[in-house]
Design a protein around this ligand. Sequence first.
Ligand SMILES: *Cc1c(COP(=O)(O)O)cnc(C)c1O
Length: 430
Amino acid sequence: MHYFSTNRRSPHASFRDAVLNGQPDDKGLYFPSEIVSLTHDFLDELHDSANEKIAFDVIRPYVGGEIPDDELFEICRQTVDFDFPLVELTDSISALELFHGPTLAFKDVGARFMSRCLRYFAAQRKQKTVVLVATSGDTGGAVAAGFHGVEGVEVVILYPSGKVSNVQELQLTTLGGNVTTLELHGTFDDCQAIVKRALADDEIRSRHHVTSANSINIARWLPQQFYYFYAIKQWSGRPPVISVPSGNFGNLASGILAHISGLPVKKFIAACNANDVVPRFIRTASYEPRPSVATISNAMDVGAPSNFVRILEIFEHDFPFLINKLEADSISDETTAATMREVYAQCNYILDPHGAVGYRALADHIERHPDEKGIFLETAHPVKFDSVNEIIGTAGEVPAQVADLLTKQKQSTPVENDYDEVRKVLLSKL
Ligand SMILES: *Cc1c(COP(=O)(O)O)cnc(C)c1O
């Protein structure tokens, strides 16, 4: 197994080099040379298999022997060391809850797997590895928690001051140790621009191995297949339709990859908010990125989804093949909020705004196809978003992870939106 760049100008990379590089120099995305076909035995035994065993079997061919089996099994065991329950809300709609990890969002899975791979690879190198991340909320928390205490790795997180929720901010700023958090007076886009410059900064690069932990890294992307298998493990009956709340499209691309490998799924729905580049593409076959617009499902406010190219790659750039398997829908904030109220009233279930987009797109699909049943991904816990309380009047029971956070003290370094200032702070901290 090797990884090629979707732009096809950079050289092929092994799993290890693709993980350490993050992104090929030609600015494409790494993509596996082969999509694995899972055996009938594996799929037949899914219902009785342990989650860590499923994870190991799914990821092993992609790692291609670059992490020894016993080590890889342990990485998988630690990565999926929490629950992934499938909860039935109506006769035809179930929620796959992906928020039982340490930072209450699906990104925990990819971040935990990637941090443990990097720990393994960093142990073989002399240089310290520095992971730089810009976050609009969920990514930073998952990455900080995933890498906290990992030897040989320093993490620096940039977040836009005042633009993440209270819970998200505490998740970013209370770990300490090898996690440094910079609170930038600017927007998420400013944070991202500074991270990009720092990743290309010769002086920083000459001192350390610097990499990013954003969702384009294959060590975050590939393990997101795991929980699609856990969904089917808990499912009985004909293959479900799966609706995925989508922003950068990494999560959806992982699910489709699992399906091409043999996982039985009737169809996927790309559930989007007002950022509707992909729904437009499905309608018109023309892909036109545009600036993002702000919504209440803000983790999905992406106008140029970076992982979409992986979806094209999986479908071999064959549009009829793609639309046979993939539908897309765009849900407004008003409809999202109305859905949250409706599902709370009718099912006594609290959706977060991202899950609500997934629910609505699925419910609308099933209204058009009443003989089908489906699953939507509940991508984060409602307590992470201040809007849930405003819309429903409660965000439900406070999970232990959050109760614990609320007792802690925020530690962050305020910085201006100025590359030279951030650079100075970076060089002094590392
Ligand atoms: C990141 C995120 C998404 C979007 O996932 P992509 O892989 O970027 O499409 C959806 N919901 C929540 C809660 C997220 O944090």
